[in-house]
Design a protein around this ligand. Structure first.
Ligand SMILES: NC(=O)c1ccc[n+]([C@@H]2O[C@H](COP(=O)([O-])OP(=O)(O)OC[C@H]3O[C@@H](n4cnc5c(N)ncnc54)[C@H](OP(=O)(O)O)[C@@H]3O)[C@@H](O)[C@H]2O)c1
Length: 281
């Protein structure tokens, strides 16, 4: 299906899963895509089919200098980029005290610092071209908290807080933002999940139970209910809308978890109204 208005998109983390589904859908629709990937040959099959409509940047998103160069090159060579999608990320599992300092630093470098730096690199270009749209792939983990995934949740809450603060800051320049909150996705994510070395004390609690479940990677993949192609389609539709949403929830699991979390936060907040007001000077 060719799109009526071809646009240019920039997407990180396009070797697999949602990122790959997104660029396949965009290219199939007739759009131009700047895709970043660790190892440019991983997109050779798409390059063979789509030629110059696919621009490929080799990028480990934690290399901030390279990230700025790739963003500058993409805007420089393609002239205008309408949508920038920060997608690259990975998962880390374990109890908070099981993680090494390196586990934490690595995860936050990919899932939190890199998206912040990507946006900072893209905004001057979006501003100069008179606007554009930024899409941050977060997760249901950006609104909830699950035992064993604290650092992953911290990265997604962090990136959501960053984006949430930018709506007013960037509106004067015509730059809009959407945070996407998918539930489980049928992708390589759980096969690649980084798992901390176990401490015996957590074996019989919720961290241990989920660790056991996650150890059967094939079962976890089977249980993932989100179709990356449908999610990609929903993201494109939302980003191309006249008024793109600030948040886009994808998957019935994401909807249910987030609805429950928001209800519980709102009712906890309301139960504290009198106490909150009582501390005014
Ligand atoms: N899978 C889920 O259940 C789920 C649920 C909610 C949200 N999400 C979010 O959805 C997004 C896509 O995940 P996915 O499910 O499609 O997983 P995926 O198939 O594992 O894809 C993740 C992508 O990120 C890339 N990446 C990881 N570290 C990178 C780095 N340092 N530099 C550059 N690229 C890097 C990977 O590239 P390499 O091949 O080079 O490693 C891969 O292309 C992520 O933001 C994830 O947090 C996933």
């Amino acid at each position: 299906m060719e799109s009526a208005t071809p646009r240019t998109w920039f997407v990180t983390g396009t070797s697999s899963g949602l990122g790959r589904a997104l660029i396949e859908a965009l290219l199939g629709d007739g759009h131009r895509v700047a895709a970043t990937v660790r190892g440019r040959s991983r997109l050779d099959d798409l390059k063979d089919v789509y030629g110059d409509r696919l621009w490929v940047g080799d990028l480990d998103v934690t290399d901030t200098v390279a990230l700025r160069r790739v963003v500058d090159d993409a805007f420089g060579e393609l002239g205008r980029i309408d949508h920038v999608v920060s997608n690259a990320a990975y998962g880390l599992y374990g109890a908070a005290e099981e993680f090494t300092d390196d586990d934490i630093g690595r995860l936050l470098a990919v899932n939190l610092i890199a998206p912040i730096q990507l946006l900072r690199a893209a905004v001057p270009h979006l501003r100069r071209q008179g606007g554009g749209h930024y899409v941050q792939i977060s997760s249901l983990a950006g609104q909830t908290g699950i035992a064993g995934a604290s650092i992953y949740h911290a990265s997604k809450w962090g990136v959501e807080g960053f984006v949430e603060s930018l709506h007013e800051e960037l509106a004067p320049f015509g730059v809009g933002l959407t945070v996407v909150e998918p539930g489980s996705i049928d992708s390589d994510f759980f096969a690649r999940l980084d798992v901390a070395s176990a401490i015996e004390a957590y074996r019989d609690g919720p961290v241990g139970a989920l660790r056991d479940y996650l150890s059967d990677r094939a079962a976890v993949k089977r249980d993932a209910i989100g179709d990356p192609r449908r999610m990609a389609r929903a993201i494109i539709e939302a980003a191309e809308a006249a008024e793109p949403p600030r948040r886009l929830v994808l998957g019935s699991d994401a909807y249910e978890w987030i609805e429950k979390a928001l209800h519980s936060r709102l009712s906890a907040l309301r139960s504290q109204e009198a106490a909150a007001r009582s501390t005014n000077r």
